[in-house]
Design a protein around this ligand. Structure first.
Ligand SMILES: [Zn+2]
Length: 199
C-alpha cells in the first residue's frame, strides 16, 4: 500500500520529514500533511505564474508553505488569515486567480489516525506518531480537496506602509499613518517593561 514514489516538492517523504525537523523543530504531523497539500496546490498552478500564498491557519501549515514555495512571511508573499481552517491557497499575485487545498474529513474515514489527529480525538501523549506518519504517507493527496478560487481585488497589490516618522515618545521609526505616536506607545505592546541595555 505504501506509496514509495511520493514526492513532496523536491523532497522524498523521508527527506521532507528531515527538512521539517530542521525548519520547524520537530516533524509535526501538520507540517507533513501541509507539505502534501502545498505540493498539490503548486502542481495545479499554471507554470511560470508569480503567486502569493494565503494560509487559513497559523499552526504548522505556514511552515510547509515556507519550505516549499518562494512565499514567506518576511517577503510578504505569504499572508496568514487565521480562519481556523487547515487550508491554503496559492493565487496569481496580479489576477488573484488560483487554487485552494483543504482537508476533507469525509475522505479521512479510511485513515483513522489522521482523523484522530485533526479532530484531537486522542491526547498528544496517546498519539501513535509512527502510525500517524505511516497513514499520512499512505493517504497522500487522498485526504485533500481542491477548489479554484479568486481573491477579492482589494487584497491584491502592494501593501505600502506609507510615510515613516520618528515616534515622539520612544524615538523609533514608525508608519506615520498609525497616529501621533507609534502603536507600541499607544499601549499595543506585549511588554510589561523594557529598559535600554547600553548608553
Ligand atoms: Zn513609540
Amino acid at each position: 500500500m505504501k506509496n514509495k514514489k511520493m514526492m513532496i516538492g523536491r523532497y522524498s517523504f523521508d527527506e521532507f520529514i528531515d527538512a521539517a525537523k530542521s525548519f520547524h523543530g520537530y516533524p509535526a504531523p501538520g507540517i507533513i500533511v501541509g507539505g502534501i497539500m502545498v505540493d498539490l496546490a503548486i502542481e495545479n498552478m499554471p507554470e511560470g505564474v508569480l503567486y502569493n500564498a494565503l494560509c487559513e491557519t497559523a499552526s504548522c501549515l505556514p511552515d510547509a508553505i515556507q519550505l516549499l514555495t518562494p512565499c514567506t512571511i518576511g517577503n510578504g508573499w505569504l499572508s496568514i488569515l487565521n480562519l481556523g481552517l487547515f487550508a491554503l491557497s496559492l493565487y496569481d499575485k496580479h489576477e488573484g486567480k488560483g487554487v485552494r487545498v483543504f482537508l476533507d474529513p469525509v475522505k479521512m474515514e479510511y485513515y483513522p489516525e489522521i482523523k484522530n489527529w485533526l479532530f484531537k480525538l486522542k491526547l498528544k501523549t496517546e498519539q501513535d506518531k509512527d502510525l500517524l506518519l505511516e497513514q499520512i504517507e499512505e493517504a497522500g493527496r487522498n485526504i485533500c480537496g481542491i477548489q479554484t478560487i479568486s481573491i477579492d481585488n482589494k487584497y491584491l497589490g502592494k501593501n505600502s506602509k506609507g510615510a515613516i516618522s520618528v515616534c515622539a515618545k520612544c524615538g523609533e521609526a514608525y508608519p506615520q499613518r498609525d497616529g501621533a505616536v507609534c502603536l507600541s506607545c499607544q499601549g499595543k505592546s506585549w511588554y510589561i517593561s523594557s529598559e535600554n541595555m547600553q548608553e
